[in-house]
Ligand binder design. Structure first.
Ligand code: SF4
Ligand code: SF4
Length: 98
C-alpha cells in the first residue's frame, strides 16, 4: 500500500502511525503569542480553508479553530513561531463541530 505525501506528513507530525488514519484537527495551545498580547496571525494566513478565525479579546485578537472547517492538512503547524499548534486525532465519538 502506498501513502500520500499528506498522510506521511501527518504521521511525521503525530509521531505515531496508529493515529494517522483518524480524522485530525488542529488545536492551539496557551503558548500562542496572541494569547500573550503579541500580534501574530501567521497561522491564519497559512490556512487555506479559513478554519483559523480571530476574535477580539482583551489585549488584542486571539485565534480559535473552527473545527468543522479544519481538514487536518497541517499547513498551519510549521508557520507558528512558537510551535503552539498541534494536530490531534478526534477522540471516539467526537465530531469536528464538537
Ligand atoms: S490543519 Fe490545515 S485546515 Fe486545519 S487549521 Fe491548520 S491549516 Fe487550517
Ligand atoms: S501562528 Fe502561532 S503564535 Fe501566531 S497566532 Fe497562530 S498559534 Fe498564535
Amino acid at each position: 500500500m502506498t501513502s500520500s505525501p499528506q498522510l506521511d506528513r501527518r504521521r511525521l507530525l503525530l509521531g505515531r502511525s496508529a493515529a494517522a488514519d483518524a480524522p485530525l484537527v488542529a488545536g492551539i495551545a496557551a503558548d500562542c503569542l496572541a494569547f500573550r498580547g503579541i500580534a501574530c496571525m501567521s497561522c491564519r494566513d497559512a490556512c487555506a480553508t479559513g478554519a483559523i478565525r480571530f476574535s477580539l479579546a482583551r489585549g488584542g485578537a486571539v485565534p480559535r479553530i473552527e473545527r468543522e472547517a479544519c481538514n487536518g492538512c497541517a499547513d498551519c503547524v510549521p508557520v507558528c513561531p512558537v510551535a503552539a499548534i498541534a494536530l490531534a486525532p478526534l477522540r471516539a465519538g467526537e465530531t469536528p463541530d464538537a
